[in-house]
Design a protein around this ligand. Sequence first.
Ligand SMILES: C[S@@+](CC[C@H](N)C(=O)[O-])C[C@H]1O[C@@H](n2cnc3c(N)ncnc32)[C@H](O)[C@@H]1O
Length: 256
Amino acid sequence: MKNSKITLVGAGPGDEELLTIKGMNAIKTADAIFYDALVNIEILKHSKKDCKLIYVGKRRGVRRYSQDQINKMMVEAANENEQIVRLKGGDPFVFGRGTEELNYVESYGIKTDIIPGISSALAVPANQGIPLTKRGINESFFVITGTTSDGSVSSDLKFGAQSTSTLIILMGLKNLNLIMEEVILYRDENCPFAVIQSGTREEERIFLNTIINYKEIIKSIDYSKPGIIVIGDTVAEHPAFFEEEIQRVLHSVIEI
Ligand SMILES: C[S@@+](CC[C@H](N)C(=O)[O-])C[C@H]1O[C@@H](n2cnc3c(N)ncnc32)[C@H](O)[C@@H]1O
């Protein structure tokens, strides 16, 4: 094996300018880059002309390569190339299977490095003006998976829902109804929430409502795009939240 190194790089949430300088330097010097679906491909334009670009993400929910195959492909690449980048959306250690991949390649004696990225969990709400914490409103935030390996919602959700926490739910769009039905057991029905799709990208969209009215937004969700659910009183800080709420109240008055 050559003197190879595999660097796990966080690509950030979508906007290519939210890649770190350190991440960019790794891209510029890589001999091969393995990248996922959530990576903004504009970032790849900064790679060397002869850099091998290998797409290993999911398309329309279908994986081209299994995790096992990806692990093996990276070990093979380490035999042929010196600098390999494994590029993942957001931060590789936030629901990114980064540790599994590092452990696997390290078991072959390959050197590794980690360059953290800006996670969508933090950047996507911030980009919309939604703070995750606000003094006097909440004391923590939870980042939870909305789809565990068996397809269910994480059982941690109920602990977050019982606290002052802002709940940030990744991979939760398909389970939105289950998530809301659980949260509504513990939170005021007028608790605000947001669904943000393709955050920090040009095609970004946001839907705002209160948890009691969550069904109103289901038909607007585009399930082919990544989306994050944010629940909690800090969502009311979004500049459009009260405006939309007033419109809804006026509307319901007219309908009556
Ligand atoms: C497998 S997780 C990976 C998370 C990633 N490691 C991170 O730190 O952002 C994928 C989920 O992240 C969320 N996500 C990632 N990028 C997003 C974006 N730009 N806008 C909205 N949600 C995003 C979605 O919930 C998506 O289903």
